[in-house]
Ligand binder design. Structure first.
Ligand SMILES: [Zn+2]
Length: 500
């Protein structure tokens, strides 16, 4: 894989350069430990340093994570490195637990991605310097380590939460790596509250800059009554996974370049899935410096990037929920779409048990696909054809659990989505962008995107002209769209239909 040359890597290490955090790891041969470039420990001699582009590569080479700089708290940028969409998709599936558990096999993962096992291994080696199994293993170890350090969750539950399958396996692996049981790594810290009611609080790091205000404004404008609350600089929402319901609360910790996430949920096994969703919604994996620099090379976009450095492209919390929002938002304003979504929730959403929410505005979970597909009537005040598309969408989601997952190419995903009655090109691109996280998706016919472009040039382009212009924004057209939406939303106080 491509790393800067040794001298540059070493200089980054000597100066504890935060720009390399998450992109570079150093294994020290004299100690067997690997570190982030910002590690406060004394810098090792150059001849004892081995450089890696991912934690998994360092771990596969036999190094164990440092207890001081804690590689598990580096920004998780792996999915943005390199240019391989296949690797990004595979990482998203691994984060979803595709290689956890006894029955999990690389071959099955490769099949889901539409390629052979050997090809997948080769791509991983090329882009991450590690095998898929090592990536999944490292992910489990690092997540468990974070839970050990930042929470009071009992060790037996951490083993399950991190996807180890058994406590014995968890103990073995930690003993192997750290030469002591996992419990020995836990520091005594009375500041951490315990118990499910208080929730589990974790810090998730991002790469600076992060335009938190734009993110919150975006979420605030779309917050579904009963499901989401944006208040006092915080984002709160209800969560349903595997039949359990709870909530999350997200705050910004700018000094730590992190988000603070408090999860109140009855089932620890769902913790990784919840963290993955938070990362996706808040776009924490973006290598934003690289993206901003790329978009700034277009004189049209440069002033926008300068105005909103670190603007993120929000992801969908859940694929089905996002798709429903997209269908509800067809042809109507953000405000109207939000009201309809709130009605849908009060008609079909399950209520959340008290004790797992800490705000009166959080009452229901967003209705699952099964629920909507089996409902006799959707019951919303909207045209019959659009209610029928909601039903069709729910039926399609029930029939194909991978509908909103990054399976196959982006073109495949668009075709799959367009096969659903009522889902046209705009809706399909929008779902691909937000739910499947295709960072090159671009809804060129979106009214808000077109108006945003018009505010820069003075003339509103046709979708075809805009698509042409957007060629040079690849592979990050989704971020360009976000900038155009942002400039449009800032100009139009009463949003006239841009769903962005
Ligand atoms: Zn270190």
């Amino acid at each position: 894989m491509e790393l800067p040359d040794r001298d540059i890597c070493y200089r980054a290490l000597q100066s504890r350069d935060a720009r390399f955090d998450g992109l570079l790891f150093v294994g020290v041969t004299s100690t067997g430990i690997y570190c982030r470039p910002i590690c406060p420990a004394r810098t090792a001699k150059l001849e004892n340093c081995r450089f890696f582009g991912s934690a998994a590569a360092a771990q596969e080479a036999g190094f164990r994570p440092c207890l001081r700089c804690r590689p598990e708290t580096a920004p998780d940028l792996a999915s943005w490195r390199g240019t391989s969409n296949t690797v990004s998709r595979a990482l998203a599936l691994i984060a979803d637990g595709a290689l956890d558990g006894d029955g999990a096999r690389v071959e099955t993962l490769a099949e889901r991605l539409g390629l052979g096992e050997r090809q997948l291994r080769r791509l991983f080696l090329q882009h991450l310097g590690a095998s898929p199994i090592a990536v999944a293993q490292t992910r489990r170890v690092l997540f468990a380590k974070q839970l050990i350090h930042e929470t009071r969750i009992p060790m037996t539950e951490i083993a399950l939460a991190a996807g180890f399958g058994s406590v014995r396996r968890f103990n073995e692996i930690f003993q192997d790596l750290f030469h002591r049981p996992p419990s020995a790594l836990r520091r005594k810290n009375s500041a951490i509250p315990s118990g499910t009611e208080a929730g589990v609080t974790l810090r998730l790091r991002y790469r600076s800059p992060y335009d938190w205000n734009s993110m919150l404004a975006y979420l605030h404008a779309r917050a579904i009554p009963g499901v989401e609350v944006v208040e006092k600089g915080r984002y709160l929402r209800t969560v349903e996974i595997a039949g359990f319901a709870g909530s999350v609360e997200v705050t910004h910790l700018p000094q730590r370049q992190s988000l603070g996430v408090t999860i109140r949920f009855p089932d620890v096994k769902s913790l990784p899935a919840i963290v993955t969703r938070v990362r996706r919604l808040f776009d924490l994996g973006a290598d934003i410096e690289t993206i901003d620099a790329h978009l700034s090379s277009d004189p049209l976009l440069a002033p926008l990037v300068a105005q909103r450095p670190g603007l993120r492209a929000p992801g969908g919390w859940d694929g089905f929920e996002l798709a429903v929002r997209a269908v509800l938002g067809q042809q109507i304003s953000v405000v109207a779409a939000r009201r309809l979504a709130g009605q849908l929730v009060s008609l079909h959403g399950k209520s959340v048990p008290a004790g797992y929410v800490n705000h009166p505005g959080l009452s229901h979970v967003f209705p699952a696909a099964e629920r909507l597909s089996s409902a006799e009537s959707i019951g919303l005040a909207m045209p019959g054809t659009r209610q029928a598309s909601l039903k069709a969408l729910a039926a399609a989601a029930v029939a194909d659990p991978n509908l909103f997952r990054p399976v196959g190419t982006m073109e495949d995903a668009i075709v799959r989505l367009r096969a659903i009655p009522g889902v046209g090109e705009w809706t399909a691109q929008y779902i691909a962008l937000r739910a499947i996280r295709e960072m090159d998706a671009f809804p060129a016919s979106d009214i808000g995107v077109l108006r945003g472009a018009a505010r820069l040039d003075g003339v509103r382009p046709t979708p075809a002209v805009l698509l042409d212009r957007a060629e040079s924004w690849r592979p990050w057209r989704a971020y360009a769209a976000q900038h155009l939406w942002a400039v449009d939303a800032a100009a139009v106080i009463n949003d006239g239909g841009a769903y962005g």
